[in-house]
Structure formats: structure tokens, C-alpha cells
Design a protein around this ligand. Structure first.
Ligand SMILES: Cc1cc2nc3c(=O)[nH]c(=O)nc-3n(C[C@H](O)[C@H](O)[C@H](O)COP(=O)(O)OP(=O)(O)OC[C@H]3O[C@@H](n4cnc5c(N)ncnc54)[C@H](O)[C@@H]3O)c2cc1C
Length: 496
């Protein structure tokens, strides 16, 4: 394919994707490669993407970014899960809380015992047994590895942060580590005659930047992977029907809640992401069922505080690039595809793409077998996440709008149909190899959106009715007591 040694890596774009890529590559590869990042302040970054999942902690650790600095510099807050309001039926509310629920039993998940307790009329809400949920709703947080005196898991958390400040922090870090930053708009891309690989990019001043490997982090523009190499796009919009968002920050209100809120509305949903200095808000919607004007009006009428900017409309298309790595270009971030932000998966996908790139880094030239394997792994990862997000839309019982009725009727991927059917019949749900979302995540969305299994695992009958009831009561008492003893989220942040 191309046996040239990779010495010069050029990252085009300096949003969250560009700077995470620069920071991780420079931290890991050190002086073995030269890294240049080209970005344009005139174009700017997308400026949304402020909710994460717990794996971000590993990313910051890998970069060497200490938690206190990160929280202070990015005005970050703690995220214990996502509350979903009005998703099953109007008036419903549940949480995809991070971490464990209840107690781990060998060969049989806790929710089977909960289902048994429910059948005998002695279980309260599934989320009464989630430490994360109870802490989130009581606005409590501390770093807790486990519940004292037990082998029950502790609190698992992620962050909400200011995306612009995070990019700045990583930019400073990467440049200190030797990354060269060039400011300018790329307006020409030169290809090699023999194999169509990218040879160089040219910015508006005429400066030519040559490279061996190019990382496309140009966001939804996909300047190299699509506009230049025409790699192709696998469209998911028949499953993920929203195609626009409108975003606006507003003034903060007390308390600063340690969870994201996603409220379904008649043609999509609305996010609420509390940071230390403001609240990020946005409406995600399908342009087939709602106009930009209607979306703007709705969003502005539902803010907790005064808006701090003009609402910004962001059109998007859900789906993934047919190849994440094509010739000598690798797409990372929004240039590689987009699932819509419902489960905060996109920053995580940046993280896993850079880790994959490091594992496959083509020091001795680009080899087809490695590129194929990189693309295969990326595709599997995307499809697993895609199914989990589609589940939220498919599994609704709302009868108040054409949008939700269309979601109920839509045909979903077979992989998802099978998962839902198995759960409905037996309460069983299995995580595919390396799948991001755990069995507990799947259980919460399915139970939260009213898919209650007809049966539970027979192992749950190893406990008598009385023992199951005691188990539920004891767990609930233990979790309530633990949460009562935690400091508030504000106290945790202030202590930093
Ligand atoms: C509505 C919405 C909400 C989201 N919410 C979340 C969330 O809560 N959690 C989450 O994990 N993800 C979320 N995402 C995704 C998240 O925003 C992105 O994954 C993340 O911000 C990375 O974006 P990016 O760096 O790929 O693109 P961008 O931020 O758009 O950066 C693109 C960069 O390329 C540069 N550029 C573009 N063209 C050129 C050119 N010709 N020359 C030079 N430079 C150029 C720009 O200047 C910029 O620096 C959301 C996305 C959307 C659309």
C-alpha cells in the first residue's frame, strides 16, 4: 500500500477530537514522530459535547491530566448518570445511572432477584437499589470505591465540562509536549499521483504542510476523509430520526445537579447539562416534525436561567463513514460519523479511536491488513452503540405525536430486535465482547421504558420469598444510609 515510514503526522482540526488526538499521540509516541496540528480560529469549534461517560477518567489519566486541574480549568461538574423524562410514556422518569445496581450474584444478575421480589409484591423502584441514582437525586457526591463493610460497588462517575475550555487545556498541554500548532484555513489538499494518498495540505497564506499520515478532525465538514477522498457514508437516519439541534447556554441555578437530564418532547428531546458557571441546553429534533423556529421557541421557554448567547442551530446527519481509515487519512471525531448525543458517546468514540490508532500505529508504513482490521473494529464498536441509542426511540409507548408513533413502527436492526425479544421473554441480556454499554445499562433503559420481562432466571428461586424481601430491604437501607453520609455535590466541588 505505502511502505514509507511514518515520521510526520498532520492533524487537521483543533476541536475536542483534534486536541485529544494530539495529546494522546504526543504523550505516547513522544519524539518518534513529529506532530503538527492545523486549526482555524475563524471557523472555530462546534462548541457542544459537554457530557461524558466514566471512561473519560482513564483518558485524562493516560494524558497525565490531574483531576483537580481538569475540574477547575474546564468548569467541570460530576455526572452520575442521565435522567430520561417522558421517554417511555409521558410522565415517566428513569435514569441510566452509571455503576452497579443491587448486589452481584454468580451467574444471575441482580434484576432477576428484583423481578422475583416484584412478583411477590415486595420490591420498590429498581433505582432504589442504585447508589448512583440515589446520590444523583439527593445532589450528593464523593469518590467512594465501595460501600464500607460490604463488597458492594461504590460511586461511578463521569463529568460535564466546557468543551472549549477542555480543547484549550489540551492544546496547552500538547504544545508543551512538542506539538506544533499552525493557525489557518486549509483551502487545498494535494494528492500523490500514484496512489491517491494525501501528500500535503495548503492553508490560505500559501503555506504548504506535508505529511505521511493525516488525521481528519475537521468535524462535520470531513474535509479529508469525505470532501477529498470520497470515502462514503452509511446513513443511520432511518433509525436515528433526529437531524438538527439547537443549543444555548443559560445562567446557572442552585443546586448544580450531578446528572444530565434528557427530556423527550413531541419531535425529539432536550438536554440539560449543568456546569459550574452555566447550564448547557439544547433541543434535538427531527426537521420533518419540527421547524427551527418552533425548536427555538420551545428551547427558550424551558430554560432555568437567563440565556447567555444566541441559540445556535446545528444540522447533522446520523451515520458513520464507510471506512474510518482510508489511504493515509484517519477520521476521528465528528468527521468519522455521528450518532446524535443521547448517550454522550461521541467523545468516548474519539478516545477509543485514538487508542486504536496507537495500537495499529503504522511506524513502518501503511499495510492493508492493518487498515482492514482497524476499520472492522471501528464498525463493530459503532454498531453496538448505535443499537443502544436506537433502543430509546423504538421502545416508547407515547401516543401524543406522529414522531413517536413513527419511532414505534420503525424496523430496527435484527441485532436489537433479538436483544429486546430475549429480555422480554426471560429477562436475559448479554453484553457483546468489548461492548461499551453493560448489561446494567441495557436493563435500565428497557425496564425504564416499560419492557418488563415475563419471567426471571430460576436461580433467583435459590432464595425464598422471605429471603428476597430481606435482601431488598437491607440493600435499600444500606444505600440510603451511605448516601445520607455523602457530602453534597457543591461541597465536593468547593473542596477542590
Ligand atoms: C448537538 C450536539 C451535541 C453533542 N453533545 C455531545 C455530548 O454531550 N457528549 C459527547 O460526547 N459528544 C457530544 N457531541 C459530539 C461532540 O460535540 C464532538 O464529538 C466533539 O466536540 C468533537 O468535535 P470535533 O472536534 O470532531 O469537531 P469540531 O469541534 O467541529 O472541530 C473541528 C475543527 O476543525 C477545524 N476546521 C474545520 N475545517 C477546517 C479547515 N478548512 N481548515 C482548518 N481547520 C478547519 C475547526 O476550526 C475546528 O478546530 C455533540 C454533538 C452535537 C452536534
Amino acid at each position: 500500500m505505502d511502505n514509507d515510514k511514518i515520521k510526520n503526522v498532520v492533524i487537521v482540526g483543533g476541536g475536542t477530537a483534534g486536541w485529544i488526538t494530539a495529546a494522546l499521540l504526543t504523550k505516547t509516541l513522544g519524539k518518534t514522530v513529529n506532530i503538527t496540528l492545523v486549526e482555524s480560529d475563524k471557523i472555530g469549534i462546534i462548541g457542544v459535547g459537554e457530557a461524558t461517560i466514566p471512561a473519560i477518567i482513564h483518558l485524562n489519566n493516560a494524558i497525565g491530566l490531574d483531576e483537580k486541574t481538569f475540574i477547575k480549568e474546564t468548569n467541570a461538574t460530576i455526572k452520575l448518570g442521565i435522567e430520561f423524562d417522558n421517554w417511555g410514556k409521558l410522565g415517566d422518569s428513569y435514569m441510566h445511572a452509571f455503576g452497579g445496581i443491587g448486589k452481584n450474584f454468580p451467574f444471575c444478575d441482580f434484576h432477576h432477584f428484583w423481578l422475583k421480589a416484584k412478583q411477590i409484591g415486595n420490591a420498590s423502584s429498581y433505582w432504589d437499589y442504585s447508589l448512583n441514582y440515589q446520590a444523583a437525586k439527593k445532589n450528593k457526591f464523593d469518590k467512594l470505591k465501595g460501600i464500607e463493610g460490604t463488597n458492594l460497588p461504590g460511586v461511578e462517575y463521569a463529568y460535564h465540562f466546557d468543551a472549549g475550555l477542555y480543547a484549550k487545556l489540551l492544546s496547552k498541554f500538547s504544545q508543551n509536549m512538542g506539538v506544533t500548532r499552525i493557525e489557518g484555513i486549509v483551502n487545498k489538499v494535494n494528492l500523490k499521483n500514484d496512489n491517491g494518498f494525501v501528500r500535503s495540505i495548503v492553508i490560505e497564506t500559501g503555506l504548504k504542510i506535508a505529511g505521511d499520515l493525516f488525521i481528519d478532525c475537521t468535524g462535520l465538514k470531513a474535509l479529508l476523509i469525505e470532501q477529498t477522498l470520497s470515502t462514503g457514508f452509511e446513513d443511520y437516519s432511518h433509525w436515528l430520526p433526529c437531524d438538527r439541534a439547537i443549543a444555548v447556554p443559560c445562567e446557572s441555578v442552585e443546586p448544580i445537579t450531578p446528572y444530565t437530564r434528557s427530556t423527550a418532547h413531541e419531535a425529539g428531546w432536550q438536554w440539560r447539562i449543568p456546569l459550574q458557571h452555566r447550564i448547557g441546553n439544547g433541543l434535538v429534533y427531527s426537521s420533518k416534525y419540527m421547524s427551527d423556529e418552533q425548536a427555538k421557541e420551545k428551547l427558550l421557554s424551558q430554560l432555568d436561567g437567563k440565556p447567555l448567547a444566541e441559540p445556535k442551530v446545528i444540522p447533522f446527519k446520523t451515520g458513520i463513514r464507510r471506512k474510518q481509515w482510508h489511504k493515509n487519512v484517519i477520521a476521528i471525531g465528528l468527521s468519522s460519523g455521528f450518532f446524535e448525543p443521547l448517550e454522550s458517546t461521541n467523545i468516548h468514540l474519539i478516545q477509543t479511536a485514538v487508542i486504536r490508532l496507537l495500537k495499529f500505529f503504522p511506524h513502518h508504513g501503511i499495510k492493508p491488513m492493518e487498515v482492514t482490521e482497524f476499520n472492522r473494529q471501528s464498525k463493530i464498536e459503532s454498531e453496538q452503540m448505535r443499537d443502544f441509542i436506537i433502543l430509546h426511540y423504538k421502545l416508547n409507548q407515547r401516543d401524543d405525536s406522529d414522531f413517536w408513533r413513527a419511532c414505534q413502527r420503525m424496523e430496527v436492526p435484527k441485532t436489537l430486535t433479538k436483544k429486546m425479544a430475549l429480555f422480554a421473554q426471560s429477562g436475559k441480556v448479554f453484553r457483546e465482547q468489548d461492548e461499551l454499554f453493560t448489561e446494567i445499562a441495557w436493563q435500565q433503559v428497557m425496564i425504564g421504558q416499560n419492557l418488563i420481562p415475563q419471567d426471571y432466571h430460576p436461580i433467583a428461586n435459590s432464595l425464598s420469598d422471605e429471603q428476597v424481601s430481606d435482601l431488598m430491604n437491607n440493600l435499600k437501607t444500606l444505600i440510603d444510609r451511605t448516601v445520607d453520609n455523602l457530602p453534597t455535590h457543591e461541597i465536593f466541588l468547593e473542596a477542590l
